[in-house]
Design a protein around this ligand. Structure first.
Ligand SMILES: Cc1cc2nc3c(=O)[nH]c(=O)nc-3n(C[C@H](O)[C@H](O)[C@H](O)COP(=O)(O)O)c2cc1C
Length: 189
């Protein structure tokens, strides 16, 4: 079991989403919790087809990599979802993942309930806060506990690794990761 699962919705190797999530991961591990990044790179995630099968067998009927991630997500106490902004919204595969995981969880006793976490968003310049809000919708309706930080969980960058230069973004994400870990530890007491 991993304490916190972080999912990167970027298709790029060593991209900004992965960098940002690694900052959160390091902060979580500093508190003594385990954390694991799952990447959607090379693993396209289809959209929900509203078949209702997940309500019958606990898994999604679509045969891409999503079912392989479900056990990790289900067992974790924390979930952090990271995405790049594409045309002012979260990259489609991340929204597909959010919608399908939320549906499988909801159709099976809402096993996302009570998990601690939140979204993380990167972009070159525009659409960060609206994308954060777009992703937040699923956390709230799934009865999850969203942590804050010293700013919104956003970081600016275009070329892979650029976000490292956004000092405020990095500090925000470090604090966010630390808050996620602190809250999980508190809730276990
Ligand atoms: C198809 C596409 C659409 C994009 N749309 C936006 C956008 O609306 N706003 C923005 O600031 N950056 C946009 N970008 C830039 C990415 O958000 C930015 O390069 C980000 O750092 C990529 O994250 P990654 O390195 O994790 O893949 C877009 C990039 C692509 C490929």
């Amino acid at each position: 079991m991993t304490d916190v699962v972080l999912i990167s919705g970027s298709p790029r190797a060593k991209g900004n989403t992965e960098f940002a999530l690694n900052v959160c991961k390091d902060a979580i591990e500093k508190r003594g919790l385990s954390a694991k990044i799952i990447s959607l790179r090379g693993n396209p995630i289809q959209g929900c087809i509203a078949c209702g099968e997940c309500g019958k067998n606990g898994k999604c009927c679509l045969k891409d990599g999503l079912n392989d991630m479900l056990d990790d997500i289900k067992e974790a106490d924390g979930l952090i979802l990271g995405a790049p902004v594409y045309f002012g919204t979260a990259r489609g595969d991340m929204m597909n993942l959010i919608q399908r995981v939320s549906m499988v969880a909801r159709a099976n006793g809402n096993w996302l309930s009570g998990k601690v976490g939140g979204p993380v968003v990167v972009a070159r310049r525009g659409g960060l806060t609206s994308t954060l809000q777009e992703m937040l919708m699923s956390f709230f309706i799934s009865d999850m506990i969203v942590c804050g930080s010293s700013y919104w969980n956003i970081a600016f960058g275009h070329a892979p690794g650029d976000v490292a230069k956004d000092a405020e973004g990095m500090a925000t994400l470090e604090k966010f990761g630390d808050n996620v870990a602190k809250l999980i530890i508190q809730l276990r007491k």
